[in-house]
Design a protein around this ligand. Structure first.
Ligand code: SF4
Ligand code: FES
Length: 257
């Protein structure tokens, strides 16, 4: 099949970028979107031109590396699909597509379609972990967890940190990502002792990194390739508000002796 690509080419964060048009005549409908870009890059390399930079690793929808805008949609038009799992059969012969990097102040462009998402790593480092050594996998029933909580934690743990929620949000908020990480740990007994501190640190770090505020537009949930639910954001706000109140009370007690 034939595909026309308009791809954002940008040398680095400080250079201006522009759309460059490419035409591919030999696209197999069974190729994944990234395999189609591999074909383009082989062609560009043969012609002595600079190949298009895009990020990828697992190509199985689990690492969260890939992800850019296809016709203004993070990860493209198929719901619940990462760009590495998107196949060319979902496009028409002769279709024209526009490929751009995720747009957010906190995700500066590294090159072409690749952005720097290390702000996510810094948010995780600020509190998205359990400090104690929890040892090897325990017997399934040695620490009872309510089925409802285990299911919610598992659903939140599905977040692969791709950043599509940020790119889809008109405020470039990272709330769905941060909320998923907070819920995943906070719903399990091992994560409970640090729940308050974790919520405060991660929410403050998110703002610090330049992400916007959540205004409940719901674009994040609609676009998330892993179906992470916006209810996690409500939970994050509850945890954060409760934690701030608790720490304020503690500070008061400390202050008055
Ligand atoms: S919440 Fe969804 S869209 Fe956001 S980073 Fe996680 S997997 Fe990606
Ligand atoms: S390359 Fe790993 S999720 Fe797409």
């Amino acid at each position: 099949m034939r595909i026309i690509l308009n791809i954002w080419r940008q040398k680095n964060a400080s250079s201006p970028g522009k759309m460059v048009r490419y035409e591919l005549d030999n696209v197999n409908e069974h190729m994944s979107f990234l395999e189609m870009l591999d074909v383009l890059n082989e062609e560009l390399t043969r012609r002595g031109e600079d190949p298009v930079t895009f990020e990828h690793d697992c190509r199985e929808g689990i690492c969260g590396c890939c992800g850019f805008m296809i016709n203004g949609i993070p990860h493209g038009p198929e719901r619940g699909t990462t760009v590495c799992q998107l196949h060319m059969r979902h496009f028409r012969d002769g279709e024209e597509l526009w490929l751009e990097p995720f747009r957010a102040k906190a995700f500066p462009v590294i090159k072409d379609l690749m952005v720097d998402r290390s702000a996510f790593d810094r948010i995780i480092s600020s509190g998205g972990y359990i400090s104690i050594n929890t040892g090897s996998a325990p017997e399934a029933n040695s620490i009872p967890v309510k089925k409802q909580d285990a299911d919610r934690a598992m659903d939140a743990a599905a977040c692969i940190g791709c950043g599509a929620c940020v790119a889809a949000c008109p405020n470039a908020s990272a709330s769905l990502f941060v909320a998923a990480k907070i819920a995943h740990l906070g719903l399990l007994p091992q994560g409970e002792p640090e729940r308050d501190r974790r919520a405060i640190r991660m929410v403050l770090k998110m703002t610090d990194e330049g992400f916007g505020y959540c205004t409940n537009t719901g674009e994040c949930e609609a676009i998330c390739p892993k179906g992470v639910k916006i209810e996690n954001i409500a939970r994050m706000h509850r945890d954060f508000t409760r934690a701030v109140a608790l720490f304020r009370e503690e500070a008061k007690v400390g202050g008055t002796g």
